[in-house]
Write a protein that binds this ligand. Structure first.
Ligand code: F6P
Length: 327
């Protein structure tokens, strides 16, 4: 057990749908246990600036359904320095914060790992990123919502693509993880998917597209994951057009709209479970761990292990299925 009196909660890195639901769960779990709660604005930057908000249970009313993060977020270079972290520690101590809940991705976890080794404030992390790229949790907050957003977009693109007999290249986010691309591609009936985890040469893609053309398809959709090796959707489209001039090609970059929107029921429940569990683990003495979903259970994983392992492993079965189903 550690005697935490005041919990600091923050979100950091790219926002993800479900972060607010998680803030709500963490705040209320801590208050229910009779502890004080401080919201820290703009992640690590807010610690350095002393940008704090004393929260009560009404501070998190009516936010479970909201995308984004009411605590704001940032990527903070100053926190990478020892001096920056010392300043953050001094501000946290002055505010009476003696335990932290961090919601974010691997950059957030890296900061938490270093900070909690240097200073006597324990940190428990919650995986919050649309990329679903954190080892130790089957799903990260926001991934399900983002994938559904992508599917909705693909469905709409399919309508116009089929009407014009067009070939669309749709670029999706994920940094260096192809998880959104693969699953949205399968769910959206894509004809091909280019992933960071698998090098698909343009010639290979062209062979697939030749097959689609011979099969008299009225529309063809290729999902291009951010981080794949050919250099992005515009480049791939140009290369394909140079080989198959008959194709009427178009490019859609979905971009940051994938990060917004009201969280799905899955993300709201996951966020509630993880926020609740994170605070309970913090009170029970946990430090430098992340809470995650394994099967249908919540487990903790040391941050070092979460950061040292690759989360998304490409399934050859899924790829084969994708090829079969797109004939
Ligand atoms: O990590 C989430 C993510 O949306 C990635 O998919 C993407 O590579 C990156 O963040 C974009 O970051 P920014 O919002 O800083 O442009």
């Amino acid at each position: 057990m550690q005697d935490i009196t005041k919990v600091g909660i923050f979100t950091s890195g790219g926002d993800a749908p479900g972060m607010n639901a998680c803030i709500r769960a963490a705040v209320r779990t801590a208050l229910y246990a009779g502890k004080a709660v401080t919201g820290i604005y703009h992640g690590y930057q807010g610690m350095i600036d002393g940008n704090f908000w004393e929260m009560n249970s009404r501070s998190v009313s009516n936010i479970i359904q909201l995308g984004g993060t009411i605590l704001k977020t940032a990527r903070c270079d100053a926190f990478r320095t020892k001096e920056g972290r010392q300043l953050a520690y001094d501000n946290l101590k002055a505010a009476g914060i003696d335990g932290l809940i961090a919601i974010g991705g691997d950059g957030t976890f890296t900061g938490a790992e270093v900070f909690s080794r240097e200073h006597d404030i324990p940190v428990v992390c919650v995986p919050g990123t649309i990329d679903n790229d954190l080892y130790g949790s089957d799903f990260t907050l926001g991934y399900d919502t983002a994938t559904n957003t992508v599917i909705e977009a693909i469905d709409k693109i399919r309508d116009t693509a089929a009407s014009h007999d067009r070939l669309f290249f749709v670029e999706v986010m994920g940094r260096d993880s192809g998880c959104i691309a693969l699953n949205a591609g399968i769910a959206g009936g894509a004809e091909a998917i280019l992933l960071p985890e698998k090098n698909t040469a343009i010639e290979e893609l062209c062979k697939m597209l030749e097959g689609a053309a011979k099969g008299n398809k009225s529309s063809t959709i290729v999902i291009v994951a951010e981080g794949e090796a050919n250099g992005g959707a515009y480049h791939v489209a140009k290369e394909v057009k140079a080989r198959f001039n008959f194709y009427d090609t178009k490019v859609t970059i979905l971009g940051h709209l994938q990060r917004g929107g009201s969280p799905s029921s899955f993300d709201r429940v996951l966020a509630s479970r993880l926020g609740f569990a994170a605070v309970r683990h913090l009170f029970a003495g946990a430090n430098r761990v992340m809470v995650g979903l394994w099967g249908n259970e919540i487990r903790t994983t040391p941050l070092e292990e979460a950061l040292g392992n690759k989360a998304f492993k490409l399934s050859e079965d899924m790829l084969e299925m994708m090829d079969v189903l797109s004939i």
